[in-house]
Design a protein around this ligand. Structure first.
Ligand SMILES: [Zn+2]
Length: 547
């Protein structure tokens, strides 16, 4: 008997284990995509989708709109609307106030020097000896959705960020990424840093050896369609476009082989649609060689197409150049989607597409159309303030005016026993007399008042107590700080800069659309809900309700 009882108990135990196996197996079949592909287009206005609709093919942007879910009223919910804060907000689900990415480059109060958003002197470049290799996400204060994916799968998910711009590859992929790759025009290659790895993978070196940048630049940039078809844009030769060095008119064809020497060598590819093609080529190679979407855990590829921003800055939103850029990007997008179809399967892949900011019309063009607009002379504005303080306090008291934020010299103010509130009051009163200035908010006000809507709310979300300046300035709609009356720039809280497309597609996404107001910081928590993983650790956005 003594032997029978233990055997009986053991048998029951064994049966219960066996009985649990199917239940465990069932649990593991929780639906999840094999791959997430985040696509950010640098400087894409919401209306480009419709403006160029008739000229797009069926397999790029139209495929996302016709089969995916379109959040038509998505806006950035802070200022400044620049590239680094844009990518950080999309992927961290929060604004500069929390994630600390207050601009592309900002005045660093600790060192007294300008700090680039992804600079990191503790790491070295891989594939380059240039300082462009010394990059990491260390300045971003919170996790990205990609970090949360890695953490929640015990680091089994693979995460890779790629873009021509370093900040657009690095910030989305987050702190725990397997890799981020960006383009170095001095070598015409995709590079990385020792933050991620000790040496470039062989497949990256092999890709670079193909010298695709050089090949793309070996031919003139001509329009994809006959030029008379570009009726959505201004005439090719117009006074609102910036000339490339070596050109006498801003017109097609742009002779790229000839222009290379005077326009940054292989960096010139950034200012052409072929920068997007090169990024697409590299994205496809990344998926193949890193086996993305081929394991049990969900992988994440964060891709950003940077060229539309360079082209927008030079030629503006109404140029044939930008239209051609988007028609070609549409083809690159179609190729990427087709590759995903065959390599991973669209039902296994969750795709989203958005932009890091939009862009205004060229102000001089608007002025000619009698729309209030123009240029802010920041140097003149701040020099006048400096002169006043030098006269009255024997010191300019101003350390920097960058990103529309004014940084005061607190050391001098304290050591000279000058009243800080009086200095700030004078600055506010003076700035309010400048015709192009619409809002002047002090750090004091931003730290002690809770704004809930409007421009001041957007300024507060872009204000980081530790990193931002003493006074935050906003300009009137239509006014920009830009060195010339050609081309354009972005950064404002107005819809021409904040309103961007947001499309979800693939995996279990149903076709549809909404005009509900969606904040850019809602994307990351929406992905969290889809992937059943935690929100990024500073997240302030809310998951989108699909109708
Ligand atoms: Zn830009």
């Amino acid at each position: 008997m003594k032997k029978i009882i233990p055997f009986f108990i053991f048998s029951l135990f064994s049966i219960s284990i066996v009985a649990q196996v199917p239940a465990t197996a069932k649990k593991s079949t929780l639906s999840k995509p094999k791959l997430v592909v985040g696509i950010v287009v640098d400087q894409m206005r919401f209306d480009y989708i419709f403006r160029y609709w008739d000229k797009f093919g069926n397999d790029g942007f139209k495929r996302l709109v016709n089969q995916g879910y379109f959040c038509k009223n998505t806006n950035f919910n802070y200022v400044p609307t620049y590239t680094a804060p844009g990518h950080a907000a999309i992927y961290t689900g929060t604004a500069p106030a929390v994630n600390g990415i207050i601009a592309n480059e900002w005045y660093d109060k600790k060192t007294g020097e300008n700090k680039y958003c992804v600079s990191d002197n503790t790491v070295s470049g891989l594939g380059t000896s240039a300082s462009e290799g010394k990059r990491s996400p260390a300045n971003m204060l919170t996790t990205s959705i990609c970090d949360e994916l890695r953490l929640s799968t015990n680091m089994k998910s693979k995460v890779i960020g790629i873009a021509l711009k370093d900040r657009s590859a690095i910030l989305p992929a987050g702190h725990t990424a397997n890799a981020a790759y960006w383009y170095d025009g001095s070598v015409g290659s995709f590079i990385s840093s020792t933050y991620y790895m000790n040496e470039l993978p062989a497949w990256v070196t092999d890709f670079n050896k193909k010298e695709l940048a050089k090949k793309y630049l070996s031919q003139p940039w001509n329009t994809l369609l006959p030029i008379e078809h570009y009726s959505e844009s201004l005439p090719d030769d117009n006074k609102y476009e910036t000339l490339a060095k070596g050109e006498t008119k801003p017109v097609f064809p742009h002779n790229l082989p000839e222009l290379m020497n005077k326009n940054g060598g292989l960096n010139l590819i950034r200012n052409t649609p072929f920068g997007n093609s090169l990024t697409k080529d590299f994205a496809i190679e990344t998926i193949i060689h890193e086996n993305l979407g081929k394991s049990e855990a969900t992988d994440f590829l964060a891709v950003s197409f940077s060229s539309p921003d360079y082209i927008g800055h030079s030629y503006g939103p109404n140029s044939v150049e930008q239209e051609d850029d988007y028609l070609r990007l549409d083809k690159d997008l179609a190729e990427l989607l087709k590759f995903i179809d065959t390599h991973v399967g669209i039902n296994n892949t969750l795709i989203f597409l958005t932009a890091d900011h939009a862009a205004p019309e060229v102000p001089s063009y608007l002025s000619d159309l009698k729309i209030p607009s123009g240029y802010v002379n920041e140097k003149k504005m701040i020099d006048s303030l400096k002169k006043y303080f030098i006269k009255n306090c024997n010191d300019s008291l101003i350390l920097s005016y960058t990103n529309q934020q004014l940084f005061l010299n607190h050391h001098i103010i304290e050591s000279k026993n000058i009243s800080l509130p009086q200095v700030v009051d004078h600055i506010v009163s003076y700035l309010q007399t400048i015709p192009e200035v619409s809002e002047v908010l002090t750090a004091e006000v931003l730290n002690n008042t809770q704004f809930t809507e409007g421009i001041r709310y957007l300024m507060q979300k872009g204000f980081n107590t530790k990193r931002s300046g003493d006074v935050f300035v906003n300009y009137l709609p239509g006014y920009i700080n830009h060195p010339s009356a050609t081309g354009t720039t972005h950064g404002s809280p107005y819809s021409y800069d904040t309103h961007v497309p947001l499309l979800f597609y693939g995996w279990t996404i149903k076709h549809g659309s909404t005009i509900n107001q969606i904040d850019i910081t809602d994307i990351a928590p929406t992905l969290s809900m889809m992937l059943n993983i935690p929100f990024p650790n500073g997240c302030t956005g809310k998951p989108i309700l699909f109708e």
